[in-house]
Design a protein. Structure first.
Length: 487
């Protein structure tokens, strides 16, 4: 095992990468970058042939690159211990399996899937943990020949040695002991010749000179098996650190099948990569009780496994939105506006493209209120849609607003006569108009908002009126439901 810190992330390309996968990648990346000379390796664990897809491999790489987690060795980067894709290492796994078999540390098992399932069900009826009963542990040559004559194909099982509990000094969870009786003679190569996850991972960690295996605690039960395989081969066992699980707001474990968002989905929804990095690191790690906003450079400087907790972390969507809002307000305006412009043009086509200055004013008005970039598409809708789409609540409120028709007629007259069409001038005009009709200021403001935006809430009324422009405002006021429909 090399003395240099070498860590890896080893995602399975069975779906789009979600936040759990990227949290593991980030912690490994920060550990490597915090340590002088540390190496961050990407390995693709594609032993699940049926579910692994090339497009998911590309999504994994795209997600890592978007977050700025460039790997030092792995697919596309190469490295001294290539290949870094399990499906390309099958000859190596066979070599090791043959060695274990020759040394008597593994044995062929001829039990059929049906027989093993029957035994599992029998154990369940007796409320016992399912365990392999050692049926094929010491077969005679004649018994093996008989199984072969039946056309059976043997799996390969690891011969579990007797001994004391397997001891793991986890860098996060501390001292853990796994009693031998919690394990059995587990399969390392299936009867179809395909090696299993625990077997190939144990070999990969050593072949790739991984010094620290930092991964989610859902792998904790795999660790004793991988340690036993490494020890049986005379390998140096890497250090292990198991990160706390991530829970949803319902306190259920977050997973691909339960609530875990794809990282690229977050990007497409308009979360900044800086937000996602910052949010992910706080799922299990903290620096102190007060600081929550960190740059990537801050995290590299401050990160350590000693500050990773054992308790489950909660994926708080409200906090993610709040944090993204903080980052949006600090982000370079030109970059943010370019992204917002692209989203508006994709959503509203020519209406957003034909007047760049108008679209820019819409963005400037809405930018500071956004929590995600994609919120602009909904919030800006009334600026680009003619005829305007009405919110049912706004339509109902305007229809039932006392003196609504009279108020809108007064607003139309005021806007037609206004010398200046600025937020400040419009507010003065509206206050005077309300006072002249013995109405409260809000009695002028709210119906005007309903009529010009079709909504009950939004940015400052007088600023949005200025952006809409006098002609568009007048057209919408005249078309509002408080007025009779044309005959």
């Amino acid at each position: 095992m090399a003395s240099t810190v070498r860590v890896r992330v080893a995602p399975s390309p069975t779906g789009a990468p979600h936040i759990g996968t990227l949290r593991v990648a980030l912690f490994n990346y920060l550990f490597a970058r915090h340590t002088p000379g540390g190496i961050f390796v990407l390995r693709i664990d594609d032993t699940d042939e049926a579910r692994s897809k090339p497009e998911h491999v590309e999504e994994i790489k795209e997600s890592l690159r978007w977050l700025g987690l460039e790997w030092d060795e792995g697919p596309d980067a190469g490295g001294p211990y290539a290949p870094y894709v399990q499906s390309q290492r099958m000859a190596r796994y066979k070599e090791v399996a043959d060695r274990l078999l020759a040394e008597g540390k593994a044995f062929p098992c001829w039990c059929s899937a049906e027989e093993l399932e029957a035994k599992r069900q029998a154990a369940a009826r007796q409320k016992l943990a399912p365990r392999y009963d050692g049926n094929c542990l010491n077969l005679t040559d004649a018994q093996r020949a008989a199984y072969q004559a039946e056309g059976r194909r043997a799996a390969l099982r690891f011969r579990l040695p007797d001994g004391p509990p397997i001891v793991l000094d986890d860098l996060i969870r501390g001292h853990i002991e796994f009693p031998r009786d919690m394990l059995d003679h587990f399969i390392i190569v299936r009867s179809d010749g395909k090696p299993v996850y625990n077997f190939v991972s144990a070999i990969d960690e050593v072949d790739h000179h991984i010094s620290h295996v930092i991964r989610g605690d859902d792998h904790l039960s795999n660790t004793p098996k991988q340690m036993l395989i490494a020890q049986a081969l005379g390998f140096v066992v890497p250090h292990y650190a198991h990160l706390p699980m991530i829970l949803g707001m319902d306190k259920a474990r977050l997973s691909k099948r339960h609530g875990a968002q794809g990282v690229l989905d977050l990007r497409d929804e308009g979360f900044l990569k800086e937000t996602v990095l910052n949010f992910l690191v706080l799922l299990g790690w903290s620096y102190n009780d007060k600081d929550e906003i960190f740059t990537k450079a801050d995290l590299i400087e401050k990160f350590s496994l000693e500050r990773v907790g054992k308790a489950p972390a909660v994926f708080d969507e409200a906090k993610l939105l709040w944090m993204n809002g903080q980052y949006l307000r600090k982000a370079p305006v030109a970059e943010v506006d370019a992204d917002l412009t692209r989203r508006l043009e994709a959503a509203y086509g020519e209406a957003a493209r034909r007047d760049a200055a108008y679209t820019g004013r819409v963005i400037a008005l809405l930018r500071d209120g956004l929590k995600t970039l994609d919120e602009i598409v909904d919030q800006a809708g009334f600026f680009f849609a003619d005829p305007m789409a009405w919110d049912d609540d706004a339509k109902a409120k305007l229809a039932g607003w006392p003196r609504g028709k009279e108020i809108l007629e007064a607003v139309i007259a005021l806007i037609e006569k206004a010398d200046l069409f600025t937020p400040e001038a419009l507010e003065i005009t509206f206050r005077a108009g309300a006072e002249a009709m013995s109405l409260k200021f809000k009695d002028f403001v709210h119906p005007t908002r309903f009529a010009t935006t079709g909504r009950t809430s939004g940015p400052s009324l007088f600023h949005l009126l200025e952006v809409l422009g006098r002609d568009r405002c007048l057209a919408r006021l005249r078309a509002a439901p408080a007025f009779p429909s044309p005959a």
